[in-house]
Design a protein around this ligand. Structure first.
Ligand code: TRP
Length: 336
């Protein structure tokens, strides 16, 4: 096999909650535009999802919805490898092996675990939640990824992955590529419409502040009109006007116009004009994506074919890595 000269990049995405404008603009769009320059593996992490209680039908629906959305956004199953984590059994298997090279102390220090477990009595915290970062390490190391694009909140998990990879390599010889953390430069930080101090987020307390990429035009209008604003009435982006700044950022992202140009066109006009134009601009921006989504969702067979192709491509790589690992740790190969 000719080794690829393109960097291998592994992205993981949770099939929970609806994809919002911030996810789309901040991450998904880049996966689409970068498809020709990177060897992109995109994993829908349903195994991770069950580390908190899930309704089975809901999980299944969310997984399918996310896959359809990624395809609608322009992920090309031939150029990228888009797959569902549970379709590739190597993830769970490598996680087990890596469990035996990760300490209790390391996992106990993970900030995300501490935050998620905090609210519960220790006796009721699920082991899967504790072990979550090891499964994430398996996701990354199986594909020999050079880079892992994540938000700041996931940096610690990728650093743990590096430690585990180095430890394993040190003990058994070069087995894993030690991945780099890639925190994407935020071109535009999209904040919650109800609370411009917080990032737009799936888990926001008020769904009113989050624009889902599948939101109907009516929902988009309603949410934009209900967005909080700052005192004063000038449409300008400035640190003491976080709400208007956020609306202008979104406006700029969905129209491709720069912020000062937009400010200029609202001189002498108020927030209400800005909001109604912004709502329209968002609706226009989302409409091709929504149309594609409906198209793809109307053909479940084709969607399954795409995921099957992804699983096969992923498994080819994952299988090789797992095989090398099994050999190194001393498992007897099965006769073929
Ligand atoms: N933990 C990541 C998150 O919550 C999701 C994830 C799972 C992931 N496996 C991954 C991200 C591998 C990057 C690489 O966002």
């Amino acid at each position: 096999m000719v080794p690829s000269l393109m960097a291998r990049v592994l992205s993981g995405i949770q099939p929970s909650g609806d994809v919002h404008l911030g996810n789309y603009v901040g991450a998904i769009r880049h996966w689409v535009t970068d498809q020709d320059s990177i060897d992109s593996f995109i994993c829908i992490v349903d195994l991770h999802a069950i580390s908190v209680p899930q309704d089975p039908a809901h999980l299944r629906a969310q997984t399918v919805e996310l896959a359809a959305l990624l395809l609608a956004a322009g992920i090309d199953p031939d150029r990228s490898t888009l797959f569902v984590q549970s379709h590739v059994h190597e993830h769970a298997e490598l996680a087990w092996v890596l469990n035996c090279f990760t300490t209790f102390g390391e996992l106990r220090r993970m900030t995300q675990f501490k935050e998620k477990a905090q609210a519960q009595a220790e006796g009721s915290v699920l082991v899967g939640l504790f072990d979550y970062p090891v499964l994430q390490a398996a996701d990354i190391l199986l594909y020999q990824a050079d880079r892992v694009p994540v938000g700041e909140d996931q940096r610690q998990h990728v650093e743990l992955t590096r430690d585990i990879a180095q430890r394993f390599n040190h003990r058994f010889g070069e087995t894993f590529v030690v991945p780099e953390v890639a925190i994407p430069k935020v071109g535009a930080r999209i904040m919650d419409l109800q609370n411009p101090a917080a990032k737009m987020s799936k888990s926001a307390e008020s769904p009113q502040g989050t624009i889902g990429v599948l939101d109907s035009p009516e929902d988009v209008s309603r949410k934009v009109k209900a967005a909080v604003t700052d005192s004063g009435r000038d449409v300008v982006s400035s640190p003491d006007k976080p709400a208007i700044t956020n609306l202008l950022t979104i406006y700029s992202v969905v129209t491709g116009r720069n912020v000062s140009d937009i400010e200029g066109s609202y001189e002498g006009r108020g927030y209400a004009d800005l909001k109604s134009d912004l709502a329209e601009a968002i609706i226009l921006f989302l409409s091709p994506l929504q149309e594609q989504y409906r198209d793809i969702s109307s053909d479940p067979g084709r969607l399954r074919d795409s995921l099957e192709l992804g699983a096969q491509k992923a498994q080819k790589v994952a299988g090789e890595t797992l095989h090398a690992v099994y050999e190194r740790v001393g498992f007897v190969p099965r006769r073929r």
